[in-house]
Structure formats: structure tokens, C-alpha cells
Design a protein around this ligand. Structure first.
Ligand SMILES: Nc1ncnc2c1ncn2[C@@H]1O[C@H](COP(=O)(O)OP(=O)(O)OP(=O)(O)O)[C@@H](O)[C@H]1O
Ligand SMILES: [Mg+2]
Length: 231
């Protein structure tokens, strides 16, 4: 079988317009991108926001770090153990935590969120996404979408590391500090791997001062003010 080259694939325009989708769903498809340190509160706020949006009659869906890593971006080991994928294929398509794999993880999430948003949904992503260039790349594919720009709302969950570390809901800070003390290191964001804060986020949330309910209200007000959600 001869290989089909990327240059032989042509984009096929759909005939449903963004305006038709907006009318159907009474909202503008958009991506709400939460970024921040582990334990900052991204998942807590993302799922609360999703719940409130659904209760108010809006189609919304959360893409969350750990869950995506069981499926779309499963690690080679998960692919081998749970799907019986061959070792060679698992190595080729699975994603771990190397710098390269982290970049690919965020690239795929950006693409999936964009597809959901293009379908008219409010896609809510909850990933540390520590590198500015990876988040900016996700923003760019939304802004340059074929049928017109798709709103991309970057929300910086700016909880101080001391607060995140005191919460340590998954025990990862403790593990990372021990790894650093033993000289091995773990490449954990905020401890021995950098976090690059957004320069111009649409919103910033400090969960040291805002409760999850207050944070959700802040996001809802922004979405209403932008006309992304309508009653
Ligand atoms: N105001 C608040 N907003 C959000 N979370 C809070 C707040 N106050 C306390 N918490 C607690 O902080 C923890 C935040 O954990 P969460 O899993 O949401 O973080 P995360 O940013 O998704 O981390 P990770 O990147 O590791 O997935 C939870 O245990 C939550 O109950
Ligand atoms: Mg989370």
C-alpha cells in the first residue's frame, strides 16, 4: 500500500455555519483554559463551572489532565496494560512526561478543545500547562480558525505555591521535595521545573482569597459580559 502524504489531504468545508450552531445552542462555542500550579484549584473550579453551566442550560464539557492521560494521551504503559497495544506502537503514540511529550500533550488538548468549541460547546480545560509558548500555540489555533476566530479565555489560577503546597491534595509536592532532597529531582512544576505565568490572561483567580463559588461567579460574569453565554 502506498503512503498518502499530508500534501494530498484537502480540508473539506462544512456547510453548517457558526451562526447556525450559536442559534441552536444559545451560546458561542469557546475554550476556557485554566492554567496554574498543581493544587491551585483548576479542577475544583472547572468542574464547578461545568456543573453551573449545565444547570443553566449551557452545553459545557471539562477536559481534565489526569482523565485525558488515561485515554487520548495515555502513557505507553497504560496502552500496553489496558489495550494490549504492542510495545512499538505504545512508544510511538503514548505520552509520558518528557519535555517533548508535555508539549505534545498540550498540543493535542488545544486541538480537541478547539474541535469542541467549534461544535458550539464551552470546552473547559484544566491542565497545569506550565509553558507560555504551548498555551500561546493553543490560543493561536483558536484565533486563526478557518471559519473565524473562536474565543479563547485563558484563566490564570494564581494561587501562591505555599498555599498549593499546604493543600497538596495528591501528595505530589511532598514527593517532589523528597526527590529534590535526595538529589534525584522529579521535574515537578514549581519545585524543580518552571511555571511561566500568563502575561495577559483574560482572568486571574487567587483561590487564597476567592472561594470556588466566587471564582465560578467571576468566570460566569466574564462569559456573560463577552456575550459567550446568553439567557
Ligand atoms: N477557593 C478554592 N478554590 C479551589 N480549590 C480550593 C479552594 N480552597 C481550597 N481548595 C482545595 O484545593 C485543592 C485544589 O485541588 P485541585 O485538584 O482542584 O487542583 P488542580 O489545580 O486541579 O491541581 P492538579 O494540577 O494537580 O490537577 C482541592 O483540595 C480543593 O478542595
Ligand atoms: Mg487538576
Amino acid at each position: 500500500m502506498s503512503e498518502i502524504l499530508a500534501t494530498q489531504i484537502t480540508w473539506h468545508d462544512g456547510s453548517v455555519t457558526p451562526a447556525e450552531r450559536q442559534q441552536l445552542l444559545k451560546q458561542t462555542g469557546a475554550t476556557i483554559w485554566f492554567t496554574g500550579l498543581s493544587g491551585s484549584g483548576k479542577s475544583t473550579i472547572a468542574v464547578a463551572l461545568e456543573q453551573v453551566l449545565i444547570q443553566r442550560g449551557h452545553a459545557a464539557y471539562v477536559l481534565d489532565g489526569d482523565n485525558i492521560r488515561f485515554g487520548l494521551n495515555a502513557s505507553p504503559k497504560i496502552l500496553i496494560d489496558t489495550r494490549g497495544t504492542s510495545e512499538a506502537a505504545a512508544k510511538r503514540f503514548g505520552l509520558g512526561f518528557s519535555a517533548e511529550d508535555r508539549e505534545e500533550n498540550i498540543r493535542r488538548i488545544g486541538e480537541v478543545a478547539k474541535l469542541f468549541a467549534d461544535a458550539g460547546l464551552i470546552a473547559i480545560t484544566s491542565f497545569i500547562s506550565p509553558y507560555r509558548k504551548d498555551r500561546d500555540a493553543a490560543r493561536k489555533i483558536h484565533q486563526t480558525h478557518k471559519t473565524g476566530p473562536i474565543p479563547f479565555v485563558e484563566i490564570y489560577v494564581n494561587t501562591p505555591i505555599e498555599v498549593c503546597e499546604a493543600r497538596d491534595p495528591k501528595g505530589l509536592y511532598k514527593q517532589a521535595r523528597a526527590a529534590v532532597a535526595s538529589g534525584k529531582g522529579m521535574g515537578f512544576t514549581g519545585v524543580d521545573d518552571p511555571y511561566e505565568p500568563p502575561l495577559n490572561p483574560e482572568l486571574t483567580i487567587d483561590t487564597g482569597t476567592l472561594s470556588p463559588a466566587q471564582a465560578v461567579a467571576k468566570v460566569l460574569n466574564y462569559l456573560s459580559a463577552q456575550g459567550i453565554i446568553r439567557e
